[in-house]
Design a protein around this ligand. Structure first.
Ligand code: AOF
Ligand code: ZN
Length: 354
């Protein structure tokens, strides 16, 4: 039980947590490390310092906030640290924040989300053992939303998988002659590019790589490459021709010679990939779904009818409606003439039923 039950929380702590959540978003959405924000409050609720995490290898939010307070000449003895993620208790790329907070004389710590990362967790217990008052769970829903794909990825021990499909209204990704440029509108394609800039890796099958010759880069509306490029992953046994666009400028190219989605994710997990975007084709999409390894689907649907041509999804082994893969719609976003449906797959229940 937390000793915080005896403490009445100052109203400024709620405001400080909102601020910590806000500044955390200045950190990168992708990469191996979480977005974290921290605000240090003095005895009268005044802000002594604030900090956020700027990406793997840089100081954690707590240390950044302590540095900010020191730069401002503020004493942190007896202060409260309001932080979006439980302070870490390990030495990884940087030292343990639990010890940094203790050394700075912090008397109370208010946390939004407990750290699911077993290697780093334990900061709350360490701080309590040293006599610090620790409260967890403040604005926990917002704290989890801030962490995005990082949280489920760490909890599941594998990258979070978003499957992207862009189809006609009748679910096709190419016409009968194979032509597919362009089914969805320019607005949809720009939207999809912005998502590429937020993930750590884009995965396609060799079939798609050979047929479409994609570059798999994240580009802005002007066609220029974003500063942050995802890893480009091609899955399957066939070789790519030496003049494939994938050999051009962009993120690092990785060829995984397997048909097993679990093996692909295991390899990417080793590289600390947290968020994967599966962009097709139909065979790879079906393989990830059938393996229960899709967490979220982004379906761009254009008001176009083809009647024949390539379906978005290869055989899923579904022969009767009761076996259909059912998703939960999270949002429907109009994009010019198209709509984007964002839906999640309840992987937990899929595995239980199997
Ligand atoms: C961060 N930034 O502000 C906090 C983190 O790779 P390391 O050694 O920097 O450790 C990363 C782990 O530390 C991360 O997975 C999380 O569990 C914990 N807290 N990480 O990158 C931060 N507070
Ligand atoms: Zn830390």
């Amino acid at each position: 039980m937390s000793s915080s039950e005896t403490v009445v929380r100052a109203p400024s702590e709620l405001g400080a947590m909102r601020r910590a959540l806000e500044i955390a978003r200045r950190g990168p959405a992708n990469g191996p490390n979480p977005r974290v924000g921290c605000v240090l409050l003095g005895p009268d609720g005044e802000v002594l310092g604030e900090g956020w995490h700027r990406g793997a290898g840089t100081p954690h939010a707590e240390v950044a906030a302590l540095t900010d307070a020191a730069d401002r000449g503020a004493s942190t003895r007896g202060a409260t640290a309001v932080v979006t993620l439980e302070p870490c208790n390990h030495t990884g790329r940087t030292g343990p924040c639990s010890e940094a907070l203790l050394a700075a004389g912090i008397a109370r710590v208010v946390v939004s989300v407990q750290d699911p990362n077993r290697v780093a967790a334990g900061g709350a217990a360490r701080l309590r053992a040293a006599g610090v008052d620790v409260e967890t769970g403040l604005l926990a829903d917002e704290g989890r939303a801030l962490l995005g794909a990082w949280l489920p990825s760490v909890e599941r021990g594998r990258p979070f998988v978003t499957l992207k499909i862009a189809t006609s209204l009748d679910g096709r990704v190419a016409a009968a002659d194979g032509s597919s440029r362009w089914i969805t509108s320019e607005v949809s394609r720009h939207h999809a590019h912005d998502l590429r800039a937020e993930v750590d890796a884009i995965v396609v099958g060799t079939g798609t790589a050979l047929i479409d010759d994609p570059s798999l880069t994240a580009r802005n509306a002007a066609g220029e490459l974003h500063g942050q490029q995802p890893l480009r992953v091609v899955v399957g046994h066939r070789d790519l021709p030496p003049d494939a666009r994938l050999h051009g400028p962009g993120g690092e190219l990785v060829h995984v010679r397997t048909h097993d989605p679990a093996q692909v994710l295991a390899q990417l997990a080793e590289r600390e990939v947290r968020h994967v975007l599966v962009e097709g084709g139909p065979t790879l999409a079906a393989a990830f779904l059938a393996a229960g390894l899709v967490d979220e689907v982004h379906a761009y649907v254009a008001p176009v009818l083809l009647g024949s041509g390539r379906p978005a999804m290869a055989d899923l082994g579904v022969t009767t409606i009761g076996d259909a893969v059912r998703l939960i719609t999270r949002s429907v976003i109009p994009l010019g003439p198209d709509v984007l449906i964002v839906a999640t797959v309840d992987t937990q229940s899929t595995t239980e039923e199997n």
